[in-house]
Structure formats: structure tokens, C-alpha cells
Design a protein around this ligand. Structure first.
Ligand SMILES: C[S@@+](CC[C@H](N)C(=O)[O-])C[C@H]1O[C@@H](n2cnc3c(N)ncnc32)[C@H](O)[C@@H]1O
Length: 216
């Protein structure tokens, strides 16, 4: 599915979020690059926004991993060699234990087939004292805002996607995937269950997105 939408993915992120995804990503990068980060991994990196921001912010070694070669190809075009690109699965990360100081994932974990396994593997590749930062779409806690947001996602999103030359199907999948994803408290519990410490989260833009932070 992601290979099929790669050519319009970045444009639709900006349009459908009214540009908000840029500031959400900035917040995630700020949290991930706090302290001395020498090596960072972006899981489900897609077209590479987070990985490129980490490299641009001075992290010397940045690796981007994703199942979809078509998404990574766009990261390659934008990256000019600043980021190492690896086709691979979040559930079986092809890296030794304790390889990274920071692991990030942007709008990706919601799509993983085995979320527990992927979170455990993200923890495995982090060094002691390392940090994971997970940015994900979520539902606003206020009922009226939540209802309006769902209406927007179900009714407007697929139409805008089709008009922009993408596939409406992928953008019909989007709201259901957000609804099925654990709410922030439950997801924080999942991070604790795989062994992360100092687990916390911040809601962004009325809860339309949430950034989770945890440490090894
Ligand atoms: C919504 S895109 C997010 C891309 C990018 N991180 C961003 O910030 O825009 C989700 C990405 O997760 C990738 N993905 C989904 N399941 C995966 C898995 N099990 N392992 C690795 N990548 C996966 C998809 O191929 C896709 O590129």
C-alpha cells in the first residue's frame, strides 16, 4: 500500500494535516536529539522526514529502515547520502543489540503487524540510557472535536487524496487504523510492558497526534 502512495505521500501529509505535521515532527526531533546522540534509527522511515531532520540536526550516524522500498527510494532522492537506507521489518530489525542512542518512529507503529514485537525490538537495539520517540496519529479526547475529526478523516480525506492523484483506498484505511490503535494511556502501558522506563506522552493539536517518549 505504501509503495502505491509514495509519489503523493509528502504532499498529502502537508495538505491533510494543514501543515501541522511539520511542527509535530519538529517536536519529536527535539525530544529525540536531547543529549549526546551519535547514532539514531528511524523505524518505518518512509520518505525519510524524521531521519533527514536528525541528520540535518547534526546526528552523525542515521539509519532509516522501512518495509516499502518505494517509500525509501524517495528518501534516497532527498537524502543525498546523509542517511543509510535499509529495507527491513520493524518486527525483526536487522541490527545488533544496543546499536543506537535514539530510535524514532513517525506515523508508523500504527501500521505494524506485530506491535509488541516491534516495540521489544526497538528496545533491543537501543543502548542503555537510550530513548525512543514515537509520533503517532491519535483521536482527540474531547467528544465533539473527536467526532468532527473522524468525520473529516472518513469523508474529506479520501476525496482530497483522490484529487491529489493518490489512491482513495489508502486514505480510507487511515481513519480505521487510528481508531483501532491503542489510546495514549494504553500505548504507554505497552511501552512499559516491553521494559521501557520513564514513559510519558504529550498530546499535540488537541490530541490529533501524540508523541510518546520512553527510555531504556
Ligand atoms: C505512514 S508512513 C510513515 C512514514 C514516515 N515515518 C513519516 O514520518 O512520514 C508508515 C511507514 O511504515 C512502514 N511500515 C509499515 N509496517 C512496517 C513494518 N512492519 N516494518 C517496517 N516498516 C513498516 C510503511 O512502509 C510506511 O513507509
Amino acid at each position: 500500500m505504501f509503495d502505491g502512495i509514495a509519489h503523493r505521500y509528502d504532499l498529502l501529509n502537508r495538505v491533510l494535516s494543514f501543515g501541522q505535521d511539520v511542527s509535530w515532527r519538529r517536536r519529536a526531533i527535539r525530544l529525540a536529539s536531547a543529549g549526546d546522540v551519535r547514532a539514531a534509527l528511524d523505524v518505518g522511515a518512509g520518505t525519510g522526514d524524521l531521519a533527514l531532520a536528525l541528520a540535518g540536526g547534526g546526528v552523525p550516524e542515521v539509519v532509516a529502515v522501512d518495509l516499502a522500498a518505494g517509500m525509501l527510494a524517495r528518501a534516497r532522492n532527498r537524502g543525498r547520502g546523509r542517511v543509510a537506507l535499509v529495507v527491513g521489518s520493524a518486527e525483526a530489525l536487522p541490527f545488533p543489540d544496543a546499536s543506537f542512542d535514539a530510535v524514532v518512529a513517525g506515523f508508523a507503529v500504527r501500521n505494524f503487524g506485530d506491535l509488541d514485537r516491534a516495540l521489544a525490538d526497538m528496545r533491543r537495539v537501543l543502548r542503555p540510557g537510550g530513548r525512543v520517540v514515537i509520533l503517532e496519529l491519535s483521536l482527540p479526547p474531547m467528544p465533539l472535536v473527536r467526532a468532527l475529526h473522524l468525520l473529516y478523516l472518513y469523508r474529506i480525506g479520501p476525496v482530497v487524496a483522490r484529487l491529489a492523484g493518490s489512491t482513495a483506498e489508502a486514505y480510507r484505511y487511515l481513519p480505521g487504523s487510528i481508531e483501532r490503535f491503542p489510546d495514549p494511556d494504553r500505548f504507554a502501558g505497552m511501552l512499559r510492558d516491553v521494559g521501557f522506563a520513564r514513559v510519558r506522552y504529550e498530546r499535540l493539536t488537541l490530541g490529533v497526534a501524540t508523541v510518546h517518549v520512553a527510555e531504556t
